[in-house]
Design a protein around this ligand. Structure first.
Ligand SMILES: [Mg+2]
Length: 364
């Protein structure tokens, strides 16, 4: 089916907590873009472009890349995904976030044209639902423990503690949260590159007594030697996130055994098939993986759920529920229930524009 038109819309989602902060900064809103592909028969496919500076794109570079891609997609056959993605790669190196948005929209459109849920395009569904891990922003230890308790009361059993790179304060955050939530809750930590390798080793060994499942990206994205040193020097699993910025990087992380685990994210890897490729590399190398934070519209979480549904193994809790702390989402169709997300079974990715839902309500 030919793609008749491509629409781009900026997508700015306010955070319910304007003070939300992690080691690389703070902003009162999450920015991105919605790509809509309109087929000749009027069917629409949607993709979310993520503007996340520490993952390589801001709002301006994301939209500029998408505008470059529009003429390369318009008029093409929607099932010619490899041809289209090759054209995008030839036009611009990098820009994974913008390419992921196009790739996601193509897959959503094709699944809708076929009348099947997206996971069917990846071999079918192995998992129906995933527990959701929720993320705690950097605040005082008491404030973070308070928020952790509220999330546990709301039904979540997996939490991620954002760290700032100060050994003593970060250890006190972890201690306060563990003391508050008890032993039954799974805890992970994420320093977003804030530590030197030596400080990370000190901090994580001290945190180990509080039972941490995973320590994510303790050191700089490019510091593969430091990352390996940390992996070899602490008892918990060490995971690459910012270091795992492409399929090539994942290949190196796995083959050189630099980490124990990889955080898979559709925007940084450049699309759904790239994410599947990265997962397969991890599996072949006996390195764990999980679906990392999809901060943005429910549309992005929906696409990630379909990838996760088709992957063998029993992935750790997914980080696909952060939409719950964002306001103004133009999409619905994915909601957290009892701390879990179900994989949508509607045709396509299952994310529905709120304007369509409103129209359906008026019509009925
Ligand atoms: Mg991370």
């Amino acid at each position: 089916m030919k793609i008749a038109r491509v629409q781009l819309e900026p997508c700015v989602l306010r955070k319910d907590d304007p003070q939300w902060r992690f080691a690389r900064g703070a902003s009162p809103a999450t920015e991105g873009a919605i790509v809509t592909l309109i087929a000749e028969n009027g069917a629409e496919g949607y993709g979310y472009g993520s503007a996340t500076p520490h993952m390589g794109a801001n709002r301006e570079t994301l939209l500029a890349a998408l505008h470059t891609f529009v003429p390369l997609v318009t008029g093409q056959g929607s099932f010619d995904i490899s041809r289209i993605m090759q054209a995008l790669d030839r036009a611009l190196a990098g820009h994974h976030q913008a390419k992921a948005a196009i790739d996601c929209a193509l897959h959503d459109l094709n699944a809708k044209l076929l009348g099947i849920p997206l996971y069917q395009l990846f071999g079918g569904k192995l998992h129906d639902a995933f527990p959701v891990l929720r993320i705690l922003a950097i605040k005082t230890p008491d404030e973070m423990a308070e928020r952790a308790a509220a999330l546990v009361t709301a039904g979540f059993s997996h939490l991620k503690i954002k760290l700032e790179g100060d050994v003593a304060r970060d250890v006190s955050r972890v201690a306060a949260i563990r003391q508050r939530v008890g032993d039954g809750v799974h805890l992970t930590v994420d320093a977003n590159q804030a530590y030197s390798a030596k400080d990370a080793i000190t901090a994580l060994n001290r945190m180990a007594e509080y039972a941490i499942d995973v320590a994510e990206q303790p050191v700089g994205a490019d510091d593969f030697a430091g990352l390996r040193l940390v992996t070899q020097s602490v008892p918990m699993k060490v995971e690459a996130d910012e270091s795992a910025a492409s399929v090539d990087a994942v290949f190196r992380l796995v083959t050189e055994r630099i980490v124990d685990s990889v955080s898979l994210k559709i925007p940084k890897l450049g699309g759904l098939r790239q994410t599947l490729a990265a997962a397969n590399i991890c599996a072949a190398g006996q390195v764990a993986f999980r679906m990392g934070a999809a901060v943005g519209s429910r549309l992005l979480a929906a696409h990630a759920l379909h990838v996760a549904a088709a992957l063998p193994g029993a992935p750790y809790a997914c980080e696909l529920g952060e939409f719950a702390r964002l306001l103004d989402d133009p999409f619905t169709g994915v909601e957290i229930e009892d701390g879990c997300l179900r994989v949508p079974d509607l045709p396509g990715c299952g994310a529905i524009p709120r304007r369509d839902q409103a129209k359906a309500a008026v019509a009925s």
